[in-house]
Design a protein around this ligand. Structure first.
Ligand SMILES: Cc1cc2nc3c(=O)[nH]c(=O)nc-3n(C[C@H](O)[C@H](O)[C@H](O)COP(=O)(O)OP(=O)(O)OC[C@H]3O[C@@H](n4cnc5c(N)ncnc54)[C@H](O)[C@@H]3O)c2cc1C
Length: 316
């Protein structure tokens, strides 16, 4: 099948791009990917997305965005893009379901994935106490002690969520300060069952079949302690989902897609990038949605220019 615009990813960036492209009459295709609805489906309450004065559940927000995009003619395909060829015209996408899709313009909105510490135990115990998603797995640790690694907004949010379910939350912070916003830090510090361990790294996660503890080290004194946690949540940031675009579009050193200043244009004609996949700084739903809007408007203008050029040259 061939489409004027194909959007890869169904997070806030993808669905907002779809909404604008659909209302411009472009009948876009959204390929939902491995996580339909994106990262917000992993969280509970979203309080900072404009238009929801009482807050909204992440899953509900994404459902609303999908329905709004579909209302104007967006088609959503529940498949994953495995390979792309972005340079020739039209652009080609190979999907894991076996289908091939062609597109005049492509909007990349594949977001990012959790970063891990790199310990062997993370792999061994993933799904058996090791997690990167408190909302998905916190329920299994009701009334039990857990650890959260990290000092950013994500780590604070994970810790806050777990504090309502678990007996104790040990926050392991590598430095003597956090990267998190002041309001998040204040919330964490004001929560009685969250214990912040400053200057602390994880040496190992203990247990064979399930997490039975974490061996941590104070980086200044070298002292090692075993925390008797049963859940171990890693919240140390994200890696942009750009593996399939390597050698196709220009990326920065961390793998984020490079876009022109004040634009979503990449270095490839007709390829635009929106949301967390091109944003190592803000990484918020509303900024993802904002750049999704920009990408659709830019894609629409680019398509118009192509049509105009072809008409001028008399090419069909
Ligand atoms: C626990 C948690 C809580 C958060 N809370 C908030 C909050 O309260 N407020 C806020 O503003 N932000 C919050 N965020 C951040 C917010 O979720 C992200 O900034 C936002 O979702 C980014 O949107 P995106 O569309 O760029 O990407 P994502 O939401 O990451 O979506 C990426 C999409 O790309 C798809 N995809 C990936 N690879 C492929 C592929 N190969 N083929 C096809 N599709 C693919 C995925 O399936 C997914 O649908 C939170 C994040 C987390 C993890």
């Amino acid at each position: 099948m061939k489409y004027e615009v194909v959007i890869i990813g169904s997070g806030p960036a993808g669905y907002t791009a779809a909404l604008y492209a659909a209302r411009a009459g472009l009948s876009p295709l959204v390929i939902a990917g491995p996580e339909p609805g994106g990262q917000l489906t992993r969280t509970s309450e979203v309080e900072n997305f404009p238009g929801y004065p009482e807050g909204v559940l992440g899953g509900q927000l994404m459902d609303d965005l999908r329905r709004q995009a579909e209302r104007f003619g967006t088609k959503v395909l529940y498949d994953v893009v495995e390979k792309v060829e972005l340079r020739p015209f039209p652009k080609k996408l190979w999907l894991s379901g076996g289908e091939t899709v062609e597109a005049d313009a492509v909007i990349i909105a594949t977001g990012s994935s959790p970063r891990w510490l790199g310990l062997e135990a993370e792999k061994r115990l993933y799904g058996a106490g090791v997690s990167a998603c408190a909302v998905c797995d916190g329920y299994f640790f009701r009334g039990k002690p857990v650890a959260v690694v990290g000092g950013g907004d994500s780590a604070c949010e994970e810790a806050m969520y777990l504090s309502r379910l678990c007996s104790e939350v040990h926050m392991l912070v590598r430095r003597d300060q956090m990267r998190a916003s002041r309001i998040m830090q204040e919330r964490v510090r004001a929560t009685p069952n969250i214990h912040i361990h400053w200057n602390t790294i994880t040496v190992d996660i203990l247990g064979e079949q399930k997490v039975e503890g974490a061996r941590v080290r104070h980086v200044l004194t070298g002292e090692e302690t075993i925390l008797p946690v049963q859940g171990f949540f890693v919240a140390i940031g994200h890696v942009p989902n750009t593996e399939i675009f390597r050698n196709q579009v220009a990326l920065d050193a961390a793998g984020y897609i490079l876009t022109e200043p004040k634009s979503t244009r990449t270095n490839i004609e007709g390829v635009f990038a929106a949301g967390d996949v091109q944003d190592p700084i803000y990484r918020q739903a509303v900024t993802a949605a904002g750049t999704g809007c920009m990408a659709a408007l830019e894609a629409e203008r680019w398509l118009m220019e192509q049509k105009h050029r072809k008409a001028t040259l008399g090419v069909s």
